[in-house]
Design a binder for this molecule. Sequence first.
Ligand SMILES: *[C@@H]1O[C@H](CO)[C@@H](O)[C@H](O)[C@H]1NC(C)=O
Ligand SMILES: *[C@@H]1O[C@H](CO)[C@@H](O)[C@H](O)[C@H]1NC(C)=O
Length: 378
Amino acid sequence: MASLASKLGFLAVLLSLVATGIGERSDPEAYVTLLYGDEFLLGVRVLGKSIRDTGSEKDMVALVSDGVSDFAKDLLQADGWKVELISLLANPNQVRPKRFWGVYTKLKIFNMTRYKKVVYLDADTIVVKSIEDLFQCGRFCANLKHSERLNSGVMVVEPSATLFEDMMRQVNSLPSYTGGDQGFLNSYYADFPNAHLFVPNLSAEIRNSRPQPEMERLSTLYNADVGLYMLANKWMVDERELRVIHYTLGPLKPWDWWTAWLVKPVDVWQNVRQKLEESLPGTGGGRNPNDQLLVNILFALPICALLFCFYRNHLQTNSDLFCTFSRSSLCDYARRIYYEFKSSSGSPSYSGVGVASSSTFNSNQQVLVHFCRSYNII
Ligand SMILES: *[C@@H]1O[C@H](CO)[C@@H](O)[C@H](O)[C@H]1NC(C)=O
Ligand SMILES: *[C@@H]1O[C@H](CO)[C@@H](O)[C@H](O)[C@H]1NC(C)=O
């Protein structure tokens, strides 16, 4: 009996050990993005949904800085992101665009040492086809743009404390052609343009028979920017093989409503946005409950104003200046005709047109107002 109890006790201990082991085990690979403020929140939500839509179950980590609201953090968490607070890394460059004050923070992905490999994606990218093969890429992979510059919008990184510390040592001495992280990385990986192209799905045999490359170059399919589309009004790569779309163009971000009919690939982004789940109340389809109230007010305001004016006019109280203005535009045309008619038969008094209020109406204007009223113009 005693032996059975001890066996059971042993089993329980064993089970609990296994359970904690499973509980703590984290995927050694993760997708990572960065958020500096709420402006790109919707971008990150859509990116996350697009990753999950490709069937990936890997960790998704959002590194967020001080500027991000609690609401945004809760929402990302509800969407399935692991939200991690980070402090900003100061930008050492004196000459740089103002919006670049915190971009060196991106280098912190090289310090995410609890992961063996991370695929970093900017918040203005979207995954349209599985990119799980990227986790096979070498120690550092990125895509070349502007001829021989690497673009830091999509990167595969093997985090390492040594590497990160080495970068931090050189942050103040290496030049940055952009004044930001991308320029720094181009200096740090100065030999990058000579890197070989990453070939996905190489057989394990070939992969293991060669030393792991320090750097590999990603095909445009993994970082296709909309600028590329706009040059020829079509993707200049095989569209069916497209993996990641990057909405690089400065003011044309897909979450700004006016971009939809300027840049066609925005449709792809909007389709994912519309399917966003309601992970917090009122957030389905990418809506923000705070914004929604403002939108409703802005929508209702002109209608209320119009109703108010009609109401006042029906009560024959036309002393309200605001209503006079809206009425004046309606009646302006009629007045003009009236005065033109008058000027051909007598001397016109044109001074009060447009801003007349009832107390200063002369007899001609009274006639005009009656004209407007009788035809329901005001
Ligand atoms: C880098 O990571 C280590 C270990 O997680 C941490 O202690 C350190 O503060 C990190 N460095 C920076 C600059 O974030
Ligand atoms: C690599 O293999 C995966 C899984 O079979 C597949 O989804 C992916 O499309 C392949 N990548 C390429 C570039 O063929």
